[in-house]
Design a protein around this ligand. Structure first.
Ligand SMILES: [Zn+2]
Length: 267
């Protein structure tokens, strides 16, 4: 499912193609998404020109001019896709299509956890924390007053936005920190390590086109390549790439945690 890196890739693709384009027509074929598509959605967008496209955490935002709304927000949930072509997917899970002056865009979702909203100041209302790639070191340090497990903290979108289960596992391994260690027991050095591990893992994944686990692809139908570079995620019992110990898997808050018992010692 798309996390920060995958949404960043979609964002860059859309930015290149759609900034400056006018939304000529919007057709809502099936409004059943996580939040049903509002009745006036098409009306709010039509005639608008996209003046910018940005990402915050796992959210995508189109900034509009000359439309009834100023922003269109997208969250792709687990299986949401914004594609330039239907890629032979047919219309079964096609929710909305957008006609621009020289392009089309198709919004698909199989599992219906995705959604889109039209309005103003939508990001502010979403109560997201700072974006994981934009947060400063000092601000990051301040997150660690919590007695939650450090992995759970990284997944809390209202504290820090964009990291999901895949990258939380990869980041904690890169920092050599046990996922169950309580956030407020990390020392300065560990927090610093975690900060740089987070930036490095996310940037590397973006460079590799994100991760394609089940069927993530985007825009022109491209797949990601970072799944071939996972250090721990979905590698239970496989040897650690650093120390060759077999990797372990546990469950934390209902989600799989992968770690190396030797490189990520529990304090
Ligand atoms: Zn190891």
């Amino acid at each position: 499912m798309p996390e920060l890196c995958e949404v960043e890739i979609i964002c860059r693709f859309l930015k290149k193609k759609f900034v400056g384009q006018r939304i000529v027509h919007v057709e809502v074929l099936d409004p059943t998404l996580r939040y049903p598509v509002r009745e006036n959605y098409a009306q709010c967008l039509e005639g608008g020109i996209i003046c910018d496209i940005m990402r915050h955490g796992k959210y995508l935002v189109w900034k509009l001019q000359h439309a009834l709304c100023k922003e269109v927000l997208f969250h792709l949930g687990m299986t949401g896709r914004l594609l330039e072509h239907t890629n032979g997917l047919g219309t079964k899970h096609l929710k909305i299509f957008y006609v621009f002056n020289s392009h089309k865009l198709y919004f698909y979702d199989v599992r219906r956890f995705a959604f889109t909203l039209a309005g103003e100041d939508l990001l502010q209302e979403s109560k997201l924390g700072p974006d994981a790639l934009s947060i400063g070191k000092r601000q990051f340090h301040k997150l660690f007053h919590s007695s939650r497990a450090v992995k759970d903290l990284l997944l809390q979108q209202e504290k820090i936005a964009g990291i999901g289960n895949i990258y939380a596992n990869e980041i904690l391994f890169a920092a050599g920190i046990h996922p169950e260690q309580k956030a407020n027991t990390l020392n300065e050095e560990q927090i610093e390590k975690l900060y740089y591990a987070m930036r490095s893992v996310l940037h590397k994944a973006i460079k590799k086109g994100g991760s394609t686990i089940s069927d993530f692809y985007y825009g022109p139908g491209k797949k990601g390549g970072y799944q071939n570079h996972f250090l721990v995620y979905q590698r239970e019992n496989e040897p650690c790439r650093l120390c060759h110990s077999p990797l372990e898997r546990t469950k934390q808050a209902g989600r799989s945690t992968y770690f190396c018992p030797r490189c990520q010692k529990k304090p």
